[in-house]
Design a binder for this molecule. Structure first.
Ligand code: ATP
Length: 241
């Protein structure tokens, strides 16, 4: 899809000069990113570059943060994690957080709805038939790929328009990575907006409109997806692959 399609769309998330600390450790140093409605945007970078911390700081899950995080034009920097969730930002952490003792349907029904427009159970099962097949399976019996799909599907129910996904492909076999890719494209087609942390830029290229590259807690580059081919040399350098 041409990247130009989203140029005129309104900005959904605008992060400006974001600083974040874990205790005494100063991890983010003035991160500025923006995500327009309907876009899929990635944060790329090596281990420890600050990608996860950026998502956690947007959710208010770091020790301390400063700067500005406008969501739908409203400042969220003073809100609690719960308030940020209710404002319409959903977070799918790398560890997925599936409840082992609950089955797939129960896991799906767990997060509270924050606004209308979330997908109902039937739609989720139609879109992701793998999950439907496992509807009665407890979390413990799911493969890594099924757990990841469930963790993403679960936040689609809430109606949050902005989804923060932390490395959904990590540790998954290539065929499952392709399924996750299809899932993200489907989510975008349904009008959701996604900010995605990835180390795998080949995967990122198949789902995203734009990419930010992070190093040492800073954004050091930004690449539109249609410019990826020409940016391969510098991406290899940044990402060390
Ligand atoms: P990864 O893919 O390894 O998660 P990342 O780009 O997401 O990489 P972060 O997890 O955001 O990087 O880590 C950024 C820096 O913050 C690293 O130096 C890391 O050691 C540090 N850090 C992360 N979590 C904590 C924590 N809970 N307490 C203290 N320091 C932390």
């Amino acid at each position: 899809m041409p990247d130009g399609t989203s140029v005129a769309a309104e900005t959904l998330l605008s992060v400006e000069r974001l600083e974040a600390w874990y205790g005494e450790s100063h991890v983010l140093h003035g991160v500025s990113i923006s995500v327009r409605k309907g876009e899929v945007v990635t944060l790329l970078g090596r281990n420890g570059a600050g990608k996860t911390t950026t998502l956690r700081a947007i959710m208010g899950l770091v020790g301390r943060r400063s700067g500005s995080i406008l969501f739908e034009g409203r400042e969220t920097i003073g809100l609690s994690p719960d308030g940020i969730g209710r404002a319409g930002i959903a977070y799918c952490p790398e560890e997925r957080g599936i409840f082992a003792s609950l089955d797939v349907t129960e896991n799906l029904l767990l997060p509270p709805r924050v606004r209308p427009g979330g997908l109902d159970l039937e739609t989720i099962y139609t879109l992701f038939p793998n999950l439907k097949e496992r509807a009665r399976s407890p979390g413990t019996k799911l493969s890594g790929g099924e757990q990841q799909m469930l963790a993403i599907a679960r936040i689609l129910r809430t109606g949050a328009p902005l989804l923060l996904l932390d490395e959904p492909t990590e540790g998954l076999a290539p065929v499952i990575v392709q399924q996750i890719g299809r899932m993200i494209r489907e989510i975008k087609a349904r009008g959701f907006t996604v900010l995605l942390v990835e180390q795998n830029f080949r995967f990122a290229q198949t789902v995203a409109d734009r990419h930010y590259v992070m190093e040492h807690g800073r954004v050091v580059d930004t690449v539109a997806n249609h410019e990826m081919a020409g940016a391969m040399d510098r991406l290899h350098e940044y990402l060390g692959v």
